[in-house]
Design a protein around this ligand. Structure first.
Ligand code: NAP
Length: 281
């Protein structure tokens, strides 16, 4: 392997340590409320890890595990109650919601000043015009990684595979604001292979194991694998054929231990930012 491994796990630990240090200086502990509706096992794992992250960062946290039969009205009432609570700085609704619940309406109901996931249209708009209050967690985590390893997107060709609201679009926006020349690819892009192979920084956020092969990686490119897939053996893996891509890349993220831990750390950072805002700091 020629590439340097970008260690997301180590960087996330450092980031959380910094958050803890700053949280200790606040008059009041940052508070995060996490709402989980239904019994999606993957979501349950995420919620448990968020509770652990809160403990590590010295935050107050609350967890609401609601039954799958919860109505839209009940969910909105809980969000409204948390919006009004002075001890809660961040509200996170674990997605996806069970069928029958309107995700958009729920996300819109969260006070933008408590929208630590950065999904509310107000915060998406702030991000687009270049004045974000919160960093979208996954793309924000990628930018922290680039910074840590001295990789400056300015003037570089950045190719983002995937255009979801959660990853692809905000990723492209952050790279653009960092003065990268950004190309976005999606399921209707006919020449994705060629475009990917022209990238100085290649970010894959599609969710298809084995999608990014060595011929899609330019010699010396930085390869960021956002995906979290399960291969046939049930093992966690990304979109990138890691071994072959690592031979050509200059830097590469592993899965697991890459972007995943950074996403979690960025949520803590955003909750700290919200707590500071709410305490007039
Ligand atoms: P998503 O909403 O399903 O979006 C996938 C995107 O990939 C869509 O824009 C889709 O295009 C595009 N796509 C699908 N097939 C393609 C193909 N063959 N070629 C090019 N583009 C293709 O997924 P997501 O929520 O963005 O998540 C993407 C991956 O990142 C998943 O593996 C997810 O588990 C992972 N993820 C990881 C983290 C983390 O913390 N590491 C956080 C969030 C997500 P269309 O728009 O045309 O359909």
């Amino acid at each position: 392997m020629a590439a340097t491994l970008i260690d997301g796990k180590a960087l996330a630990a450092k980031l959380k340590q910094n958050v803890l240090t700053e949280a200790k200086t606040l008059p009041r502990k940052p508070g995060l409320a996490v709402i989980l509706v239904g019994d999606n096992p993957a979501s349950r794992v995420y919620v448990t890890s968020k509770r652990k992250d809160c403990e590590e960062c010295g935050f107050y946290s609350e967890e609401y595990a609601l039954p799958a039969e919860t109505t839209q009205k009940e969910l909105l009432a809980l969000v409204a109650e948390l919006n009004g609570r002075a001890d809660i700085d961040g509200i996170l609704v674990q997605l996806p919601l069970p069928k029958g619940l309107d995700e958009k309406e729920v996300l819109l109901a969260i006070d933008p000043a408590k929208d630590v996931d950065c999904f509310h249209p107000y915060n998406v708009g702030q991000l687009t015009i270049g004045t974000p209050v919160f960093q979208p967690c996954t793309p924000g985590g990628v930018m922290e990684m680039l910074k840590e390893y001295g990789i400056d997107p300015a003037g570089k060709r950045c190719v983002v595979l995937g255009r979801s609201n959660i990853v692809g679009k905000p990723m492209a926006m952050l790279l653009l604001h960092a003065h990268g020349t950004v190309v976005m690819c999606h399921s209707k892009t006919p020449d994705m292979k060629e475009l990917a192979a022209s990238a100085d920084i290649l970010v894959s956020a599609v969710g298809k194991t084995g999608l990014v092969t060595a011929d899609m990686v330019k010699e010396g490119a930085v390869v960021i694998d956002v995906a979290m897939n399960r291969n046939d053996a049930g093992k966690l893996c990304g979109d990138v054929c890691f071994e072959e891509a690592a031979v050509k890349a200059s830097y590469i993220t592993p899965v697991p231990g890459g972007v995943g831990p950074m996403t979690r750390a960025m949520l803590m950072k955003n909750t700290l930012t919200a707590a500071k805002l709410h305490q007039g700091l």
